[in-house]
Design a protein. Sequence first.
Length: 193
Amino acid sequence: MAKTFPTFLFLSVMYIIAGIANSTAATPSNFIKSSCSTTTYPTLCFESLSIYASTIQQDPHQLVQTALSVSLNNTQSTKTFVSKCYKLKGLKATEYAALHDCAEEISDSVDRLRKSLKELKLCKVKGEDFRWHISNVETWVSSALTDETTCGDGFSGNAVNGKIKDSIRAKMVNVAQVTSNALSLINQYGAKY
Ligand SMILES: *[C@@H]1O[C@H](CO)[C@@H](O)[C@H](O)[C@H]1NC(C)=O
């Protein structure tokens, strides 16, 4: 006992030191985690971006570009889903109207996010006005988020019922959270330069 205790203690201390070093080391994963920590949905932020750690490395521009690309792709696939839903047969007029409005809003959102991704790339070009381009990106992503939220809200009442309503709401909430995180990373990036 007298002989094993110090060994155990030594290993515990080493384990704790290694743990602390690992959580603060300059790795892409820790870079993503600390950038995500100031967003509204940090866990979702880290989950959706850590899979791209090898692309992001510790580059703030690449981080924001990936976050925006994830948001665009999620919004695009939700758009496809919603467009299929409103073509379903047997919808009530109110259901059709809610789905149709949502499809239009989400389509606007996709356009704004796509335009933002292009604009964001200009922030990195030498000689281009960083502040001008980043403020355009902030404005458009913020409008895209409003479109997504409006679309989700359209399904909180009783205009649409059952499974379609629940799955659209769930998708819209997720998409809006991913976009909200992208927006806060963009604001963070814009404020630093
Ligand atoms: C988004 O989709 C495009 C086109 O399919 C793809 O090239 C890109 O890698 C995707 N972005 C992310 C972050 O997965």
